[in-house]
Design a protein around this ligand. Structure first.
Ligand code: FES
Length: 167
């Protein structure tokens, strides 16, 4: 029988420092995590984007369908900060007048829990069972793939930009 590891609170830093920094990256138990402070709230998620592993650290934040999303700098995929849900815009050709709308791809990015205790900030790694796509870039295979892509990336054009899709 699989033994369930107890959740551990990792101390990240003083609240004031993390507010100043706005974005902080840490490695916890071998996992790369991005901590974001935005509109008086802390969020934590896997650092590498589920799509192709780009770092999310410098992604803009936008509100889409009343959800705050980080926009991956690489191909502009949108990921909700609170749930790690992938959102995309598409037209439904079955509609009389197809108009672009936002749709969900489901949970794609693993998000983690942030806890404030007095002036200290802690993160508890997600124990949500099952595979979430961003898990790939936390594996040896995913990291090796990223290193390889990095080596051959210089001078190459982006051919994978997020475009409107038909559903
Ligand atoms: S790597 Fe993030 S959208 Fe492609």
């Amino acid at each position: 029988m699989e033994e369930k590891k107890p959740s551990r609170l990792y101390f990240i830093g003083k609240k004031e420092d993390l507010i100043q920094a706005k974005r902080t990256t840490v490695t916890l138990d071998g996992r790369d995590i991005l901590i974001i402070y935005h509109q008086r709230t802390f969020y934590a998620m896997d650092l590498q984007c589920y799509h192709a592993g780009s770092t999310l650290e410098t992604g803009d934040i936008e509100e889409i369908n009343n959800k705050l999303c980080i926009v991956c700098p690489k191909h502009k995929y949108k990921i909700t900060l609170a749930e790690g849900e992938g959102l995309y815009k598409a037209k439904n050709p079955m509609e009389a007048v197809p108009t672009p709308q936002w749709y969900s791809k489901g949970i794609k990015q693993r998000v983690h829990k942030v806890t404030e205790v007095d002036e200290d900030i802690f993160v508890t790694l997600s124990t949500c069972p099952g595979w979430i796509e961003s898990d790939f870039y936390q594996t040896e295979k995913g990291r090796a793939e990223l290193r390889k892509a990095q080596e051959s990336e210089d001078g190459e054009e982006d051919v994978n930009a997020d475009a409107d899709e038909d559903v």
